[in-house]
Design a protein around this ligand. Structure first.
Ligand SMILES: [Zn+2]
Length: 89
């Protein structure tokens, strides 16, 4: 595919923080030992850009996944609540 083009773009935008730095867990924020295997989740935003989430282990990945679905449920609840409020007399 277009790997060359992708590399150039990611160097411009995403490597500002630390090109060779240690990734941190997206759930608990701990530095991740890159010598060991660690789970990575890629998320595609509505803009079409890909966001990388790395985790220290599967427990953190699982907890993060639950957090994401909780947030979705909460925003859905808020929408239905505001609908009910408009119906209150
Ligand atoms: Zn973690």
């Amino acid at each position: 595919m277009n790997e060359d083009t992708d590399d150039r773009e990611s160097e411009d935008s995403t490597t500002a923080a630390s090109p060779m730095g240690t990734p941190v867990c997206s759930h608990c924020g701990s530095p991740i030992e890159t010598t060991d295997w660690f789970p990575i989740v890629t998320e595609t935003t509505e803009n079409g850009s890909v966001v990388l989430h790395s985790f220290c282990d599967e427990a953190c990945q699982d907890a993060w996944n639950r957090q994401q679905s909780d947030e979705q449920q909460q925003s859905e609840r808020r929408q239905s609540e505001s609908r009910q409020e408009t119906n209150v007399e």
